[in-house]
Design a protein around this ligand. Structure first.
Ligand SMILES: Cc1ncc(COP(=O)(O)O)c(C=O)c1O
Length: 501
């Protein structure tokens, strides 16, 4: 017997038939941004290869219950993990016949975990340092800040040139202190898609005896193919002396389902402090190469199936389609008065800003959304203006011709609508409020003032998408200093994350 009142409950009184459960999930998914179709420029990586999703899903299902906790119990997982690490190492200048023949690595759950572990390995390799530090360009991914926070390592931000959006090796050298355990750089950065001067940065790190991590989570799986296609890609991998570790996410441009990244180290000694082993308890002796202990084999098997099915020729073809899509989208941006590319595209990102005070980028983002294009707004940061980010994947290629006219149309509509005008009291509040002064009541008031749904003191949020940050919310966040933005976001998302009973 099905009790209809149970709809939406994770634990209904009576079990629900499989078909209905799947139908319900499909129903929930309808509120999501479209993961396929080449109109979502963040969060998802879609190659639009027929049959690939089914293959990955079948591989995932076949290994979902396998546990990576003990590689000796499940050699299938160890074999696939070693094959994935080998593929990544070979692609990134390591392995037999290269200058980095001893590269080793681990499969992690994502870029953030890879970066946390790179920082942990660097920290734990220098136990004599009481207050370890890392030097990281401000354009590097926020996961470095998270790693520093979790691991109690101090973060020394390295400025970037506001024109090139890159740090200089000299500024990195200046940021290195006696207690620095790691220097990081991006290949490329997520926000703007530019490749840092890895060779120079690795050189100053090596000269100081400090590890150098290249965060190639985003682009490590595309830059090598782009290079083979003739795109000028600067040296960024293990071919560069002084690069000690590299991260590359397979759930990004290797087009594997979510939950899989690879962290590589130049040799086993560099990797050793990444591990955690514990034998001082009465249960099983534990050795974890990564943060998680129990790990599903699903993502690893799905990634293995994806790589084997696409092969080098497949990735080369997909990189070519992506490169062409990037060129087409960049042309579309160049063709609109009032917009300026933040950087000439050199990887798979198109990022632009507004040079017309009457053209509010956050309003433009909403106008694009209304036309079915889901882009990612980026807030003002120091000297860097607010911008719109497009992560471009192969699935965008067939859509490019539709983008230009819609962009022009959306720009005209955004100009006609004019910039967001926040209520004066909100702007004043954003400029003067300190994060500590944010009480739950104030947040509730702000949420209500911004027209956000949800009930702050319990009960379900008012529905999917109720908190989707529109131009008004982005304008408010943009007016606030970073520390206040962080607190506001924590509070707003806290309002969303309420149990449904
Ligand atoms: C350069 C870079 N590093 C790290 C990450 C974090 O990856 P994840 O979201 O898989 O944790 C990202 C995500 O976009 C990224 O672009």
């Amino acid at each position: 017997m099905i009790d209809d009142q149970d709809t939406g409950r994770a634990l209904p009184g009576h079990g629900v038939p499989a078909e209905r459960v799947l139908r319900e999930i499909r129903g929930l998914r309808e509120a999501d941004r479209p993961t396929h179709g080449g109109r979502l420029f963040a969060y998802v990586y879609d190659p639009a290869v027929p049959g690939l999703d089914d293959l990955a899903a079948a591989a995932h299902a076949g290994s979902a219950h396998v546990n990576g906790l003990d590689p000796t119990a499940f050699p299938s997982l160890l074999a696939m993990e070693n094959a994935l690490v080998g593929a990544a190492a070979r692609l990134l200048g390591g392995g037999p016949g290269t200058t980095a023949p001893d590269v080793v690595g681990s499969v992690t759950s994502g870029g953030t975990e890879s970066l946390i572990l790179a920082v942990k390995a660097a920290r734990d390799a220098r136990p004599e340092i009481g207050e370890p530090r890392i030097a990281v360009p401000v354009t590097a991914h926020a996961a470095f800040a998270k790693a520093a926070h979790y691991l109690r390592v101090a973060l020394d931000p390295v400025p970037v040139d506001p024109d090139t959006l890159r740090p200089s090796a000299a500024d990195v050298a200046a940021a290195i202190r006696p207690d620095t355990v790691l220097v990081a750089c991006s290949a490329p950065s997520y926000a703007h898609g530019v490749v840092d001067p890895v060779a120079g940065i690795a050189e100053v790190a090596a000269a100081a005896g400090v590890r150098c991590h290249v965060d190639a989570c985003f682009g490590g799986w595309t830059l090598p193919w782009l290079r083979r296609l003739g795109v000028p890609v600067p040296p960024f991998d293990f071919a560069v002396d002084g690069v000690t570790s590299i991260s590359v996410d397979l759930h990004k441009y290797a087009y594997a389902p979510k939950g899989v990244s690879v962290l590589l180290h130049r040799d086993p000694a560099l990797r050793a402090p990444q591990y955690f082993a514990y034998a001082d308890w009465p249960g099983y002796t534990m050795v974890n190469p990564v943060i998680a202990s129990t790990r599903s084999g699903g993502p690893i098997a799905a990634a293995y199936a994806t790589l084997r099915h696409l092969g080098e020729d497949g990735y080369l073809r997909l990189a070519g389609a992506t490169r062409d899509a990037v060129a087409g989208l960049a042309d579309a941006v160049r063709g609109v008065d009032g917009l300026r590319l933040m950087a000439e595209p050199e990887s798979t990102v198109v990022c632009f800003t507004s040079v017309d005070p009457g053209l509010d980028l956050f309003v433009l983002v909403d106008e694009l959304t209304a036309r079915g294009w889901h882009t990612q707004p980026q807030l003002t940061y120091g000297e860097l203006p607010a911008s719109v980010h497009l992560t471009v994947t192969a699935s965008v290629a067939p859509r490019v011709a539709e983008f230009g006219p819609d962009l022009a149309d959306a720009v005209a509509a955004a100009r006609a609508a004019g910039p967001v005008e926040l209520p004066a009291e909100l702007t004043a509040l954003a400029a003067t409020l300190t994060p500590d002064a944010l009480t739950p009541d104030l947040v509730a008031g702000l949420a209500a003032g911004l027209g956000l749904g949800g009930t702050p003191s319990g009960g379900p949020a008012s529905g999917p998408g109720a908190f989707a940050p529109d131009a008004t919310v982005n304008a408010l966040l943009d007016a606030a200093p970073p520390a206040l933005r962080e607190r506001l976001l924590v509070e707003f998302v806290g309002l969303l994350q309420r149990p449904t009973y």
